[in-house]
Ligand binder design. Structure first.
Ligand SMILES: *Cc1c(COP(=O)(O)O)cnc(C)c1O
Length: 387
């Protein structure tokens, strides 16, 4: 047997955390649809499991698989990406503590921090984490956590994870990276010094737009145990079936991501040459401000693209005119999606905050799927020409 450390990502995606079921020989992990487990005697559970909020074998497969893919010690799965981020906050900050957060993180993350955590006395500073000096200036002696996203949504800014980790650690703070956009196939933050990775497994990891889920993976077992304890203490865990769907989705993560990257590269280059697309944001384009960093830090540029068509009216017309690209929020599925962030995914972000990060009313975001890229380009062409 080779150990996980020796195996390649593609092999781990399919096998890590999984053995044929010892009782039936089932090659695929069973869906253990149970809430409780029999005990041999008082306080002596037969298979090590007691109650399914605490542990469920199907969920454990997902957790061990994610830990292997991210190169971490411990994985913990949650019922949504936001439940995962909330669990991380619960184990890293107390009332009176300070958190530094990327200024264009997922809108729901910022909303949770603002609507829930500020009421419990946690203080937040939002900063452009692609600028190391700005990040350094935002840290305080009471900063416990730095939370970043790279690439950001929808501006596709890249932060240097290694530099962010150094800056956070110099003040005794932890660095957490929301790795939803890149996935561990393209970027492994723990190897670059981050302490924690969080995911919305709803997106690329599951990859089929049929599950809401989340996960936390930690570098250190001690922090990982505290996150696992949060599952027991606060709940927020995914169902066995949802866990199983994500496990199944991850088995094709590497092939899907390769195709997402390939298709997005073709479309980004097409858009860059189209007169209606005034500005194309994709880290794979040579004129992207952090293109060199993206090349170093990531093994591919991902499937997300944003581009500006100059006005809200035109953005609405383009987004409503595509045939293959479905007009919808979310991302990371095999099917292509189109949306207008200012009026959809980022409508809860204030106009002032949108302006600060350059999120204009004419910006369109694409989640490029794995259909034939010729069809996708033709679809965008007819939508742009009609606009
Ligand atoms: C979707 C998303 C989340 C939230 O995840 P849910 O599963 O919807 O709760 C967090 N971060 C990023 C980057 C996301 O795209």
């Amino acid at each position: 047997m080779t150990t996980n450390d020796e195996r390649h990502f593609d092999t781990l995606a399919i096998h890590a955390g999984q053995e044929p079921d010892p009782t039936t020989g089932s090659v695929m992990p069973p869906i253990y649809q149970t809430s409780t487990y029999v005990q041999e005697g008082v306080g002596r559970p037969r298979g090590g499991h007691v109650y399914a909020r605490v542990t469920n074998p199907t969920r454990t497969v997902l957790e061990d698989n994610l830990a292997a893919l991210e190169g971490g010690s411990t994985g913990a799965a949650f019922a949504s990406g936001l439940a995962a981020i909330e669990a991380l906050l619960k184990v890293t900050v107390d009332a009176g503590d300070h958190v530094v957060c990327g200024e264009s993180v997922y809108g729901g993350t910022e909303r949770m921090f603002r609507k829930v955590w500020t009421r419990f006395g946690v203080d937040f500073t939002y900063v452009d984490t692609s600028d190391p000096e700005a990040l350094e200036g935002a840290l305080r002696p009471d900063t416990r956590l730095v939370h970043i996203e790279t690439p950001t949504n929808p501006m596709m800014d890249i932060s240097d994870i290694e530099v962010c980790a150094e800056i956070a650690h110099a003040q005794g703070a932890l660095l957490s990276v929301d790795n939803t956009f890149a996935t561990p196939f393209l970027q492994r933050p723990l190897r670059l010094g981050a302490d924690v990775v969080v995911h919305s497994t709803t997106k690329y990891l599951n990859g089929h737009s049929d599950v809401i889920g989340g996960a936390v993976v930690t570098a250190e077992p001690e922090l990982g145990e505290r996150v696992r304890d949060q599952q027991r203490v606060s709940g927020g865990v995914p169902s066995p079936f949802d866990s199983w769907l994500v496990v199944r989705g991850i088995k094709t993560l590497h092939v899907r991501m390769e195709r997402h990257c390939e298709n997005a590269g073709v479309i980004a280059r097409y858009l860059a040459g189209h007169p209606v697309a005034e500005r194309v944001l994709y880290p794979g384009l040579p004129d992207h401000p952090q293109h060199d960093l993206a090349k170093r830090q990531m093994s591919g540029f991902g499937g997300m693209i944003a581009f500006d068509v100059g006005s809200f009216q035109r953005a609405k017309r383009v987004a409503a005119a595509t045939g293959i690209f479905a007009l919808a929020e979310s991302l990371g599925g095999v099917e292509s999606l189109i949306e207008v962030p200012a009026a959809m995914t980022h409508a809860s972000v204030s106009a002032e905050a949108r302006e600060k990060i350059g999120l204009t009313m004419g910006l369109i975001r694409l989640s490029v799927g794995i259909e034939a890229h010729n069809d996708l380009v033709a679809d965008l062409e007819q939508a742009l020409d009609g606009a």
